[in-house]
Design a protein around this ligand. Structure first.
Ligand code: MN
Length: 474
């Protein structure tokens, strides 16, 4: 499973002493009402914890320090209930090393014209306080998120929820550890890059292992373990024996079962949550890991083929952000160029993520033309429909660059009886010609991560948090 430790967000409400104790008690009560309502709404993926009102510099500085060292706190949401002089926010805001959301809201939705007086105005002056506070965040170049609107509205809550997922992924980015079984595929350019810089900028640890290190784990898997896991497959998938005898088919699938057990054990022993393989480096392996990799992607491990550690780490990052819903490693394969039907067929030689499947996948065995190994088992399915984003990361020597293209995936209507891999089809925005051209022109790779669960805005929020150059094609 996708194991993310429990996260929470601290809600810090700004005010000042000027208004007196009675007003501050009311501010606090209203902040508590909002906190409780948001936590009970079911709209947010993580809980909000209301902290003491922020009314002086020392207190703000101390709470931000505490946010930094508490691993369970993924970020801070601030609300300027009244006017909170922003010089007192400077030190704490500068020290804050976690994502910040400025919620520009107000306790009451409408102005009560029948009863409004100066007491009400002084107590409910978010519009005033938002500008004072926002100025300091802008001047400090904080790259914080700003969500505007009445806190009770579902649209506002949706924006908070999406940002929370970005913030959780930002925190988890520093825990991403990629195990590479073998190096990059020989001669390929786009999958290479500066691993040290990636660790400095994104927090990713990328470690190399010889395939023999994994083979030792494979050889240690017990037959009983293979029996037990193979039995679980029967409930999850259709079994398609194709041209193979049941015995030959099962023998092939059982090799992949042993790979699933071994790779998972290897990764978990070393604290790795993403990995790469390379079909050129399979010494001691009977098959290229296919079904095994698909199963592990389904469980939330990041993956990319041919030693592509950047995409494997990005896959893990976006799986955390999306709660592993409809998000996975992908490769641009074949164009559909007929007028009005333009699309790109997405797949990989085996390893297509089953979180993108529109229905129950089938397990098939088929020869693999490359890699010079036995016929590997794999999951075959059609991808689901939906709007989403496709993202690739390239190393341009002086900086990393993220490409984001908005896409519309659709379910294929024509069968492909001779295609022994899963397939995903999508149209790119703004249209095929301009979208594809912009992707190529900007150096976007053929290895990507697609998500039908995330938005461009979320990817941009992450990119800003880590100072990552990005280009949006939409
Ligand atoms: Mn590939």
């Amino acid at each position: 499973m996708l194991t993310i430790k429990d996260k929470e967000f601290w809600f810090i409400v700004g005010s000042q002493q000027l208004y007196g104790e009675e007003a501050l008690l009311e501010v606090k009560a209203q902040a508590q009402t909002i906190t409780d309502a948001l936590n009970k709404s079911g709209a947010l993926p993580y809980p909000i914890i209301l902290k003491d009102l922020a009314i002086n510099a020392d207190q703000i500085t101390n709470v931000m320090k505490e946010v930094n060292y508490r691993d369970e706190v993924a970020g801070v949401i601030t609300w300027m209930h009244t006017f909170s002089p922003a010089k007192m926010w400077i030190r704490g805001t500068k020290l804050l090393q976690k994502p910040l959301l400025h919620l520009a809201t107000q306790f009451n939705e409408s102005i009560p014209w029948d009863t409004i007086d100066m007491d009400f105005m002084n107590l409910n002056q978010s519009a005033h306080g938002d500008r004072e506070y926002g100025f300091i965040n802008a001047r400090l170049n904080k790259q914080n998120k700003i969500v505007v609107g009445y806190w009770g509205k579902s649209e506002v809550q949706r924006q908070i929820a999406e940002w929370m997922d970005v913030a959780a992924a930002y925190n988890e980015s520093f825990n991403i550890k990629v195990a590479r079984f073998g190096d990059n595929m020989r001669n390929v350019a786009v999958t290479d890059g500066d691993k040290i810089e990636a660790q400095i900028q994104f927090g990713w640890t990328v470690d190399y292992f010889a395939i023999g290190d994994l083979v030792q784990y494979v050889n240690a898997v017990k037959e009983e373990e293979i029996d037990a896991l193979f039995a679980e497959y029967k409930d999850c998938y259709e079994f398609d024996y194709g041209n193979y005898s049941k015995e030959a088919w099962e023998a092939s699938v059982r090799v992949q079962v042993s790979y699933e057990i071994a790779i998972k054990r290897f990764l978990d022993d070393g604290g790795y949550n993403a990995f790469t393989s390379n079909f050129e480096d399979l010494y001691g392996m009977k098959q290229l890991p296919g079904l095994a990799v698909q199963r592990l992607m389904g469980q939330g491990y990041g993956f990319a083929g041919e030693g592509d550690w950047k995409t494997a780490a990005l896959d893990r990052l976006l799986k955390v952000m999306s709660h592993n819903q409809s998000t996975g490693f992908m490769e641009d394969y074949t164009y559909e160029l007929a007028e009005g039907k333009e699309a790109i067929l997405q797949s990989h030689m085996l390893e297509v993520d089953p979180t993108l499947a529109s229905s129950k996948p089938k397990i098939t065995v088929f020869p693999l033309d490359i890699g010079d190994r036995e016929d590997p088992a794999r999951l075959v399915f059609d991808g689901k429909a939906g709007d989403g984003i496709v993202v690739s990361m390239a190393d341009f020597g002086t900086h990393f660059k993220l490409l984001i293209n908005e896409v519309t995936a659709f379910e294929p209507t024509t069968s492909a009886p001779n295609l022994p891999v899963a397939r995903v089809l999508w149209q790119v925005k703004p249209n095929f010609q301009d979208g594809v051209k912009a992707w190529i022109e900007n150096g976007g790779g053929h290895h990507t991560v697609v998500s039908l669960n995330l938005t461009t805005d979320q990817i941009v929020s992450y990119a800003k948090l880590v100072g990552l150059d990005y280009i949006i094609i939409k």
